[in-house]
Design a protein around this ligand. Structure first.
Ligand code: NAP
Length: 278
């Protein structure tokens, strides 16, 4: 019998993780299988407990369950608890552990793209689950962070909670405050889009107001990976800025999960090719 892992979400059919992980298992000759696990919101607790009952080695968790799974787990890492989201479950001999590999995945993708976050000044668009993991990672790298979000109260909660954890001041601005955004970008080294704006089928949408100029000295990290070149990436390129697309974060969060489950170093090139082929 193969060892099973999978991805829980609702819906989940669009996920690229099964192709990425199954390519890795095949390349290493491992008898493992990564399954699509569509789980309706009402069944999250049962599904998590089912991982133990069915002897799964673990699972990934995606929208909308990253918070909801936490109460059904035996342990949650300090990092995942601070971020407020679990994207990877590991079954250690019947004890279910919750991890967040988005934060480390983001840092690895950023460094792979040639940007060193230590002590940088960053503006993060968004205050949802991805933004929380990214702000956590940036504060851990001693960056100075400004969060811009459509719902300002959500940005303020993120800033208060993660700022207190790292004893850092995190500034917040509304996403439509053109002058404040422009001033923050003029001082920044890094801009991150952690909103879902620009994702297919709304690929023409751009989270940054049209009037805001993008300085050419800026590096843009785009978390949206469908399409590969979002409207924001195209605009930043035209402005002469450096851009890094979202596939790297997807790859590296998956690679960290792979190693947690299997204890084996992930075949990064194979996994990257599987993602790019989709
Ligand atoms: P989420 O928790 O639902 O948060 C969504 C964020 O987008 C919120 O800040 C929300 O603002 C903002 N937003 C949504 N629609 C908007 C609109 N029309 N105008 C302005 N802001 C809008 O989602 P998430 O889990 O953080 O995911 C966010 C994005 O990150 C998704 O595109 C996801 O694919 C991507 N992601 C990528 C990776 C990767 O590996 N590359 C990993 C994780 C996530 P409000 O607070 O105002 O609603």
């Amino acid at each position: 019998m193969p060892t099973y892992v999978g991805i829980m979400g609702w819906p989940v059919a669009h996920s690229r993780s099964p192709a990425m992980h199954n390519a890795a298992f095949e390349a290493l000759g491992m008898d493992w299988e990564y399954l699509f696990l569509p789980v309706a919101p009402a069944h999250v607790d049962d599904a998590v407990r089912g991982l133990r009952a069915l002897g799964f080695a673990g699972a990934n968790v995606t929208v909308p369950h990253k918070q909801a799974v936490m109460s059904a787990l035996d342990r949650v890492t300090v990092e995942a608890r601070a971020i407020g989201a679990v994207n990877t479950i590991v079954n250690r001999d019947g004890v279910l552990e919750g991890h967040n590999t988005d934060a480390i995945g983001f840092l690895r993708a950023l460094r792979e793209g040639g940007f060193e976050p230590r002590d940088c000044r960053a503006v993060v668009l968004g205050a949802g689950g991805a933004a929380r993991a990214i702000v956590y990672a940036l504060l851990a790298a001693r960056a100075t962070v400004t969060v811009a979000n459509r719902t300002l109260s959500r940005a303020r909660r993120l800033a208060d909670e993660l700022g207190a954890l790292f004893r850092a001041h995190v500034s917040t601005i509304p996403l439509n405050a053109v002058q404040a955004l422009e001033a923050a970008l003029a001082r920044a080294d890094l801009l991150v889009n952690a909103t879902s704006v620009g994702m297919a089928p709304h690929a023409d949408a751009c989270p940054l107001p049209e009037e805001v100029a993008i300085p050419p000295s800026l590096t843009l990290y785009e978390t949206v990976y469908t399409p590969r070149e979002t409207a924001l990436v195209a605009r930043a390129r035209r402005a002469g800025a450096t851009t890094i697309d979202g596939l790297g974060m997807l790859l590296h969060q998956g690679a960290v999960a792979f190693e947690l489950w299997t204890g084996t170093p992930p075949p990064l090139d194979v996994m990257r090719r599987a993602l790019e082929a989709q």
